[in-house]
Write a protein of this length. Structure first.
Length: 455
């Protein structure tokens, strides 16, 4: 019997302890990397490598082994991503100012957030490369998320997630500049700490989801509550909600499209950077999530998951089930059997950012319904991870827990990279567009079926 999608699994501390002692698996005959072999680093990355990380594979946290390994980004010369055989990669656009999230408009234009520059850019291509470029809107405050409303072929608005608000611009199909000034929809979002705010809509257009990451690594700035004060807070707030400087953070928030009726949709998601709506899972919202630092090379995994309403994913007290963060030992025993385990665990510290589901027809049928995500790359790991695009395997709307390396080659050596992937979107013709903010480029990956086109 297939397990229910994103089931909330109540796992006791004793159960997790017993799982932690299970033997770690090596690479299987089929080429699937499991257990400790799946953690790896950039040297093992290549298109087609498949990984499966399970909750029982995680080593114990080790505060003493936390690494600081900041990468040096160098300007690209002639490098390009490496993609699987049968795929072709072409430079779609260059010279951009730190392109971040990228989204495809119904008419095929690519909308790109140049966050540090405070603007949204529109790129219009004719196949392999962008031929037109225009600034759609400027004067924004670190814009990130971009969404078209209402969903469907004829949107009337472009919504933008600024770091402190959600705004929208009047839009008609094919516009390359906004028809009017920004209208503020959500006037106040928490500022500081993690600053990206993604925005997506439910397919029926009735709900707007906004991701707000934590203000800190592990709530070190959140004052403690105890006794009656904690009990009163728990009784009047959603499961796993935070307070003080972290109030309304590490959450997925939900609003009506006009910004009213704010509510917390899910909690304990340290930094849901990228969101997407799954086409085949009852239109569930998914998160591409950065987990916390400071617990060692392989703890805890980043993750990609479908998000259930009312679910709690652990931050800051627990991670990946009832694994207790030693920095919060004994603070919330009431939560240790109420934690939702994410669907797909990734190599720790990969910094998973933008994501999308493949709904095109250009790629082979096996890719349809799978998710693609951009891994920006680690700094809190002794051996580098991330710096690639991954493919999350989804069968009949249910994630298997496995993921493939899809586009690699952004790392030059142990200390230097030329590209840091951020955004990923499906172009109107079914190709995949990926952005990276180190060299300021966007790449188009298309399927030709011809061998030898993976360099």
């Amino acid at each position: 019997m297939r397990r229910p999608f994103s089931t909330i699994i109540a796992i006791s501390v004793a159960t997790i302890a017993s799982l932690a002692g299970a033997p770690l698996l090596a690479q299987t005959d089929a080429g699937l990397l499991e257990g400790a072999a799946a953690f790896g680093d950039w040297h093992a990355d290549r298109p087609g490598t498949r990984r499966l990380i399970r909750a029982q594979d995680l080593p114990a946290p080790d505060l003493a082994k936390s690494a600081r390994n900041v990468v040096r980004t160098v300007q690209r010369t002639d490098q390009k991503p490496i993609v699987p055989n049968g795929f072709e990669v072409n430079l779609f656009a260059s010279g951009l100012s730190g392109p971040r999230i990228i989204r495809t408009a119904p008419n095929g234009d690519a909308f790109v957030a140049e966050s540090a520059a405070g603007r949204i850019r529109v790129l219009r291509g004719d196949g392999a490369a962008a031929k037109q470029s225009a600034v759609f809107a400027s004067g924004l405050t670190y814009p990130f998320g971009i969404a078209f409303y209402p969903p469907g072929p004829d949107p009337q608005w472009v919504y933008v997630g600024d770091t402190d608000a959600v705004v929208r611009f009047p839009y008609r199909d094919g516009d390359t500049t906004a028809r009017g000034a920004a209208e503020t929809v959500v006037p106040h979002l928490p500022v500081g700490g993690h600053h990206t705010r993604d925005v997506v809509f439910s397919p029926d257009g009735k709900t707007m989801y906004v991701s707000v990451g934590s203000g800190s690594n592990d709530a070190e700035d959140m004052d403690g509550l105890s006794g009656d004060e904690l009990q009163r807070f728990v009784a009047s707030h959603p499961l796993g909600a935070t307070w003080g400087r972290e109030a309304g953070r590490a959450d997925v928030l939900a609003f009506d499209p006009d910004g009213k009726n704010e509510r917390i949709f899910a909690t304990g998601i340290r930094n849901c950077v990228g969101m997407a709506i799954a086409p085949a899972t009852h239109h569930m919202v998914w998160c591409s999530t950065n987990e916390r630092d400071g617990l060692g090379d392989d703890v805890p995994p980043d993750y990609i998951t479908g998000v259930r309403q009312g679910a709690f994913y652990g931050w800051p007290w627990y991670y990946i089930g009832a694994n207790e963060d030693p920095r919060h030992k004994g603070e919330r025993p009431d939560l240790n059997n109420k934690i939702t385990i994410p669907d797909v665990l990734l190599q720790a510290h990969s910094a998973s950012l933008g994501m999308t589901f493949y709904d095109g027809t250009q790629f082979p049928p096996a890719y349809r319904g799978d998710a693609f995500a951009a891994e920006h790359g680690s700094w809190n790991r002794s051996k580098r991870t991330g710096y690639k695009i991954i493919r999350v395997i989804v069968h009949n709307g249910v994630p298997t827990g496995e993921y493939d390396d899809f586009a690699t080659g952004f790392v030059i050596n142990d200390s230097e990279v030329w590209g840091r992937p951020v955004g990923v979107t499906v172009a109107k013709d079914g190709a995949l567009l990926i952005s990276e903010d180190a060299s300021g480029t966007i790449w188009r990956i298309s399927y030709t079926g011809k061998p030898g086109q993976n360099r």
